[in-house]
Design a protein around this ligand. Sequence first.
Ligand SMILES: CCCCCCCCCC/C=C\CCC/C=C/C(=O)SCCNC(=O)CCNC(=O)[C@H](O)C(C)(C)COP(=O)(O)OP(=O)(O)OC[C@H]1O[C@@H](n2cnc3c(N)ncnc32)[C@H](O)[C@@H]1OP(=O)(O)O
Ligand SMILES: Cc1cc2nc3c(=O)[nH]c(=O)nc-3n(C[C@H](O)[C@H](O)[C@H](O)COP(=O)(O)OP(=O)(O)OC[C@H]3O[C@@H](n4cnc5c(N)ncnc54)[C@H](O)[C@@H]3O)c2cc1C
Length: 664
Amino acid sequence: MEGVDHLAFERNKAQFDVDAMKIVWAGSSHALEVSDRMSRLVASDPAFRKDNRAMLGRKELFKNTLRKAAYALKRIIELRLSEEEASMLRSFVDEPAFTDLHWGMFVPAIKGQGTEEQLKKWLPLAQKMQIIGCYAQTELGHGSNVQGLETTVTFDPKTDEFVIHSPTLTSSKWWPGGLGKISTHAVVYGRLITDGQDHGVHGFIVQLRSLDDHLPLPGITVGDIGMKFGNGAYNTMDNGVLRFDHVRIPRDQMLMRVSRVTREGKYVQSNVPRQLVYGTMVYVRQTIVSDASTALSRAVCIATRYSAVRRQFGATGGNPESQVIDYKTQQARLFPLLASAYAFRFVGEWLKWLYTDVMTRLQANDFSTLPEAHACTAGLKSLTTSATSDGIEECRKLCGGHGYLCSSGLPELFAVYVPTCTYEGDNIVLLLQVARHLMKTISQLGSGKKPVGTVAYMGRVEQLMESRSDVQKAEDWLNPSAVLGAFEARAARKSVACAKNLSKFSNPEEGFLELSNDLVEAARAHCQLIVVSKFIDKLQQDIPGKGVKQLLEVLCSIYALFHLHKHLGDFLSTGCITSKQGSLANDQLRSLYSQVRPNAIGLVDAFNYTDHYLSSILGRYDGNVYPKLYEEAWKDPLNDSVIPDGFQEYIRPMLKQQLRNARL
Ligand SMILES: CCCCCCCCCC/C=C\CCC/C=C/C(=O)SCCNC(=O)CCNC(=O)[C@H](O)C(C)(C)COP(=O)(O)OP(=O)(O)OC[C@H]1O[C@@H](n2cnc3c(N)ncnc32)[C@H](O)[C@@H]1OP(=O)(O)O
Ligand SMILES: Cc1cc2nc3c(=O)[nH]c(=O)nc-3n(C[C@H](O)[C@H](O)[C@H](O)COP(=O)(O)OP(=O)(O)OC[C@H]3O[C@@H](n4cnc5c(N)ncnc54)[C@H](O)[C@@H]3O)c2cc1C
């Protein structure tokens, strides 16, 4: 039934102001207005169709992406869109493309590591897309260990140039998105060598292809690294391989904000920490946290709407079967993911604030919050992307068999999303960075250095080692201080246990390797505490709209109590809570799920996603799932003919042969 809202009866159940929640989700009325306008602009333009991606071969798929990227830029210019509108439009086009790396890494790398002169020269070219850039750091032999990169960049004082070279096979640049076929330029990371001395890894702007005929410049070998996981999915991106054979670039193409090489070949470090060379990764990790909430909310929106449409079992007295969303097991799998999507939204907002604050301080040569920014971006990137990848897969299972169809939108979302656990830093490697930060914080406690920011609770470590939860009944777990107390005590105790064990090793690095599993768990507990505490902080703000704040309080409690239940072993073994208190938390969770149930559709409608963006028959706004699934099946190329290609050639003779054998 076209035009009928099959989910209207669900929408009528909502006990809160969905439009007010849309503003909270978007971040402001202005952000909602822009994202709403841009998403509709993309959805209504047939040039941005994306429903056939899984069927296309690589070349056709890639060409289509190039067409969309060029068309998007044309529309951005024609409509005179602002930077904010343009970036929203690109995100609603919803297709990984070279432009992600151009805008997301190449431009930020120049902005963050270039001098004023370099910004003046390169930014206008990049911003007008007169050049297209990528971020070429990872090599075939090294990704996580950036200090292990092998590409050499040697200063030649005779010609005032750098000579870039790939000395080994493993030094080939490998993975950079946009590099394979499109980028004209790259920010290349390599070891700077002056006068025979190795100064470690630095960034350089390098032209790769001619701006006239797009052919690789002399000494450069470049191409695509091949098909990746999933049909369609990330294969719209030309991840590339790049080798240099003594390629020369002018000296002023070294990004010189952190350190520079003089005309005489002298290496000069500025007063900014060398870690700023890693600044672009910090920036991108921060954006990845907000993007996690977007990806997870998409999957949750699909699974929630479909769970309200889907019915199985329980038909009694002429009544229809039960909606699967009413099963407690479905709720216990789905609603924590819904809560996580909101939790990641708010922690992402906070992280953006933290990043902006760090950048402002850096301008004033205050580098004190850089370690905190590194630990938070690394840890939260790791926590949210792992949870989102697992969450998307859980949503697929929540949709039963139909979730496995490409038309559910979930397989492609998973395939595109899952490399987020690896790129911008492998999630385990990043948690180990957080663990280092925690161990350093603990080791400095005795020196009187007061921990600040997200590790401030370590300053109360003695009290946290002794504290006992005073929860007596299930509702006590709704008290934010009860939840915070338990999460802080668990995080502190896990870190302190690691620090104690580490102190038993005469060689700390050996100890760190030996205890790395425990350290990763301690880092995870710390990051979960950050998410919980930032959700609680959000609820201290004035949040208008009928029932909006109350429902967010419910979601916040679900996020916290779900993790308390999931990691009960941690909370019990560290002695923060008793097993009785653990089971009260579980009782409270069940009650919270019942409070979400009537509001579930409203809560996913608040994401304000168009059907085009969701790209899922199961997640359609109108819930008209079955006729559309049925219709879609007939569009498959296999159904173009009644008898498929290959049948006459292979199967008919086989059948005939088998029949002949049977008659003998
Ligand atoms: C359905 C369709 C949907 C469509 C949607 C479309 C989506 C499209 C998305 C596309 C978007 C993006 C594409 C992704 C592109 C990906 C790009 C990349 O992956 S780029 C490469 C990223 N590489 C990495 O992340 C490498 C990870 N490794 C590192 O970061 C480092 O090497 C590290 C940190 C692991 C170790 O570094 P190092 O050995 O130098 O450090 P130490 O451990 O010795 O530490 C020294 C000291 O420095 C501090 N430190 C480390 N890093 C930082 C930092 N970044 N900032 C500040 N400080 C840092 C560290 O804490 C130590 O401090 P100390 O006080 O001395 O202890
Ligand atoms: C889709 C995609 C897009 C990418 N885009 C870009 C790009 O645009 N530009 C770019 O430069 N790079 C890019 N990359 C590369 C990416 O940044 C790296 O793959 C990533 O940093 C992980 O490094 P690795 O591949 O070397 O993994 P490895 O470090 O080899 O990891 C392999 C395994 O070893 C483990 N491991 C490694 N070190 C440690 C340790 N110290 N302790 C414990 N365990 C460890 C890891 O946890 C993992 O399980 C991209 C990668 C992908 C998949």
